[in-house]
Design a protein around this ligand. Structure first.
Ligand code: GTP
Ligand code: MG
Length: 417
């Protein structure tokens, strides 16, 4: 059935930075969870003594249990997200398919992708799709109906289709990368809505440009908008369809540096999202079509096999180089933005529970001190009472004695007479 498992070892993939950090922070939250639950159990145990743990103290600490639970849920779903933008037909869907090693998303000449398509790993290892807000699992075959501009059943341009694909078939998906395909930026007036809905949580943006022409105003405007809403977005530029250069070898180097200069200028001087030197590391000349073909052939998938143009191997290496730089960038950025926030929250929760427990201990110590004081006071009182009693008894005894003596001596006197 053409199932192709990713059996290459990916322990040295840059994505592991994210995968390991996620595992670590998950483990830490399991510990925080235990700690908070222990605190609650303890407080229940001493709750009988209302002067140590009040009902309010208990409610406060119990609230942390659900907070920690909520963070653990978010953590489980945390992923790295990359969104692809560019003009119609530049090859966005083809780039994603090449990265996924399979023809999953619809691609073709003309205006093809009609709505947002988000490809992510499926936990059940089956492939299916879902439209936004519906639980119904649709067959992936229907992605070409729902997502294709030429189909009658197509969705609204701004809507989202989730495509779930078995993790074991693709290293990117297994390591929690989510890829978002979009319609061409030149076919919509709703760029702001797109950005608000699909870009604010993206870790990396890929601008798929057409090396046969040049960066267009529509593409530039879109990223100008993005960079007003997101501070320092990570942007890669793919000059796609670079296979076209093979037919005009005499100008290849000049065209390449023309594109490269414009792209560096755009990222560093216009958008100011990086330095010119950093920008150079973000620009690639590739052929997504060739990369996809090469990978389909590697997997012995039946493909129509035109002869690849001169230099296809160099273009393929550049594609692989892009993937590596992209993986480094996305995992570092996602760790920074996603986990830094969680670890701050975790630290605060642990500290707050600790201070609640410490307050309890302090109030217990205080209570003991008061008790001790009271005891001492009572003891002192007792001593003084005893002393007084003794004195009184002594007096009483001596009084009685002297009376008796007087009585006896009276008797003696009487007897004498
Ligand atoms: P829309 O979905 O319409 O916005 O387009 P898109 O950017 O997703 O482009 P798509 O991937 O559908 O590709 C458009 C056409 O260009 C398809 O026929 C692809 O096979 C072809 N194509 C994509 N990449 C390349 C490339 O690197 N070289 C060549 N020669 N053709 C390509
Ligand atoms: Mg497309």
């Amino acid at each position: 059935n053409g199932t192709h498992r990713v059996n290459m070892s990916n322990v040295d993939s840059p994505l592991q930075i994210f995968v390991r950090a996620k595992k670590k922070i998950n483990d830490i939250f399991i510990e925080i969870d235990d700690y908070v639950k222990d605190a609650v159990t303890f407080m229940h145990a001493v709750a009988g003594d209302s002067s140590i743990a009040s009902a309010q103290d208990l409610t406060n600490v119990e609230a942390y249990v659900s907070k920690v639970q909520a963070i653990r849920e978010v953590l489980k779903r945390d992923h790295m997200k990359v969104a692809f933008f560019g003009r119609t037909s530049n090859g966005k869907s083809t780039v994603i398919n090449a990265m996924l090693h399979d023809k999953i998303l619809p691609s073709g000449i003309g205006h093809t992708t009609n709505c947002f398509l988000q490809v992510e790993g499926s936990d059940t290892n089956e492939s299916f799709m879902r439209t936004e807000g519906s639980e119904e699992k649709l067959s992936v075959q229907s992605v070409s109906q729902l997502g294709h501009a030429l189909c009658a059943t197509r969705l609204q341009e701004c809507s989202l289709v989730h495509v779930y694909w078995p993790r074991e078939l693709c290293a990117l998906l297994r390591d929690d990368v989510v890829l978002v395909d979009s319609p061409g930026v030149d076919v919509t007036p709703n760029l702001d809505e797109w950005i608000d809905k699909y870009c604010l949580d993206a870790d990396v943006f890929v601008l798929v440009a057409n090396a046969e022409s040049t960066l267009m105003i529509a593409e530039k405007n879109f990223f100008h908008k993005v960079s007003t809403k997101i501070s320092q977005p990570n942007i890669f530029i793919l000059n796609n369809r670079w296979d076209a250069s093979a037919s005009e070898p005499e100008y290849m180097d000049q065209v390449r540096s023309q594109h490269a200069n414009r792209c560096v200028d755009f990222l560093s001087r216009e958008l100011r999202v990086c330095t010119p030197k950093e920008a150079e590391e973000r620009i690639f000349f590739i052929s997504a079509k060739e990369a996809l073909l090469t990978r389909m052939r590697e997997r012995e998938k039946p493909v129509s096999s035109p002869i690849l143009a001169d230099g296809h191997q160099i273009r393929y290496f550049e594609f692989v180089d892009f993937e590596r730089k992209f993986e480094e960038c996305i995992s570092q950025s996602a760790v920074r933005t996603k986990f830094a926030q969680h670890s701050r929250r975790g630290k605060n929760i642990a500290a707050e529970v600790m201070s609640a427990l410490e307050q309890m201990k302090a109030s217990k110590v205080e209570k003991q001190r008061i008790l001790q004081e009271q005891l001492t006071a009572i003891e002192e009182q007792l001593t003084s009472i005893t002393r007084q009693m003794k004195e009184k008894i002594g007096k009483m005894v001596s009084l009685t004695l002297s009376q008796e003596i007087r009585r006896l001596s009276a008797l003696v006197d009487e007897y004498d007479t």
